[in-house]
Each structure stands twice: as C-alpha cells, then as structure tokens.
Design a protein around this ligand. Structure first.
Ligand code: G3P
Ligand code: MG
Length: 246
C-alpha cells in the first residue's frame, strides 16, 4: 500500500468555497475553488423568511455583506440589493448573496461537487420543511454533480435519509461525543466531519475499524494532518485548497 502524507485531489473540499481568496459562500468563491483545482466545495444552506433557501453561514447578513439584517426578516426580493462581496475586497463589489438554486446551477457549470451543510436555525419554521426544500433544489442539479449532506443536527440528516437514502450523510462535530457511534447508528450515517483539532490517531483507527469515514475541518495547514492520511482520513475541508493541491 502506497504511503502518503497528503490528500488526493478528490479528498479536498473548499470550505464555503475558496474562502481564503474570495468572499465565502458566493459563486465567486466556488469559481475560485474550481480555479485552484478543487473538485469539491463545502457550502452552508439556510432559509429566508419566505422559505427561499440561500447559501450563507450566519443567521444574519451583517458579517458577510454591506447590509444588515436577519435571514428571518428577509425574502427573495431583498437579495438583489445585497452586496456580498465588498466586505471581503472591493474587487468583489456586487457579488450576490446566492440562492441555493443559483449555486446548484453554478456547480454544474463549474464542474464542482458539493458538501451541502444544512444549518438548522431558530427562525426556520420546521426542520422537515427545510430538508424537503433543500432536497428539491438539489434534485435540479446536473447529472455530473455529486452531492453529500452534512449537519451538526442529527435529525436533519435522518430526515434527509428518509426523503432520499442515496445521499452520503456526514455528522458534524466540534468534539467527539461519548455516544458518537450510537448517534451515527440512529441516523444511520457512516461519515463524520470532525474539527481537525479533535482528531487523534486512536479515534481514527477505531472509526476505520468500524467502517466509518472521517473528514477533518477546517484545516489550512497540511502539516497538521500529515500523520492521519495513512491511518485512513478520507478528506479535508479547507479555506485554501491550493495548499493541498500544489
Ligand atoms: O463543514 C465543516 C464546517 O463548515 C462546519 O462549521 O461553522 O464552518 O459551518 P462551519
Ligand atoms: Mg459549514
């Protein structure tokens, strides 16, 4: 078996797109990821007040746009006036806050696959509605676009499984809970996305032994993960794919 100290191309996921060089969770950041040779992007999905799914990390647009407001108070018609690029750099002025529909179509054009992270926020009317609308939008993807679903919310993954059992489902954790195996079985899911700071050789060996895949987030320093690839780490989520793809 070949020994390696880094990921294969298909194991690198651009976190919120190539968010080190472009405004996170925008078409520009996904285009930049493709430009760096990434095959996968990670993106965050949430709903506006009218149920429109959008690609954004926070519950408000304050940090990543030139406007202020909560997703709970915005509808699709408000998106046109939002500049989600200038906060990052003037060269991205006018970059839209994208709907999931727009992103799904861009993925096809850019030849990218996506790890779609479902964010469960307090303003969402129901988890079932959230998961259903996300699945409906993802069904419109190009035939060559691969999708995996991740969430910090085990029930969101369970609901997604019930709607379409063909998705790879990844449980997100910042720290590994004592009952991690029970939680995975309850979904059921076979993949963990773990904060790289919580990763250990011992845990990775046990996960591999149990047939569980593990990816690490959000690691921008390849040296930190070098010892894990040979033990069975199957991916990294990074703001800067270029550091792994040189
Ligand atoms: O998917 C890994 C990572 O995106 C989870 O944390 O807060 O960046 O969405 P966050
Ligand atoms: Mg995320």
């Amino acid at each position: 078996v070949e020994s390696r100290s880094g990921p294969r191309r298909g194991e690198v996921q651009a976190h919120r797109g190539a968010s080190a060089v472009a405004p996170e969770n925008t078409i520009a950041s996904f285009r930049a990821a493709a430009g760096q040779g990434a095959e996968w992007v990670e993106l965050d999905v949430a709903l506006l007040a009218d149920g429109t799914p959008v690609v954004i990390h926070d519950v408000s647009i304050d940090r990543c746009s030139s406007s202020k407001g909560n997703l709970a108070d915005l509808t699709a018609s408000d998106l046109e006036a939002i500049d989600a690029g200038s906060w990052f750099s003037p060269k991205f002025k006018g970059e839209p806050l994208p709907t999931l529909a727009r992103v799904v179509s861009a993925l096809g054009e850019l030849g990218l696959n996506a790890n779609v992270e479902i964010k469960q926020h307090a303003h969402h009317k129901s988890l079932d509605q959230l998961v259903k609308v996300v699945d409906q939008h993802l069904k419109a993807r190009a035939a060559h676009t691969k999708i995996m679903i991740s969430s910090f919310d085990a029930v969101a993954l369970k609901r997604m499984q019930e709607i379409d059992p063909s998705y790879e489902l990844a449980m997100l954790w910042s720290k590994l809970p004592a009952d991690w195996l029970d939680v995975l079985w309850s979904i059921p899911a076979k993949t963990i996305h773990l904060d790289y700071k919580a990763l250990s050789i011992g845990f990775l060996e046990e996960a591999v032994h149990r047939g569980i895949s593990v990816r690490a987030w959000t690691c921008n320093d390849p040296k930190r993960l070098a010892s894990f690839w040979d033990v069975g780490l199957t991916g990294v989520i990074t703001d800067d794919p270029s550091v792994y793809l040189t």
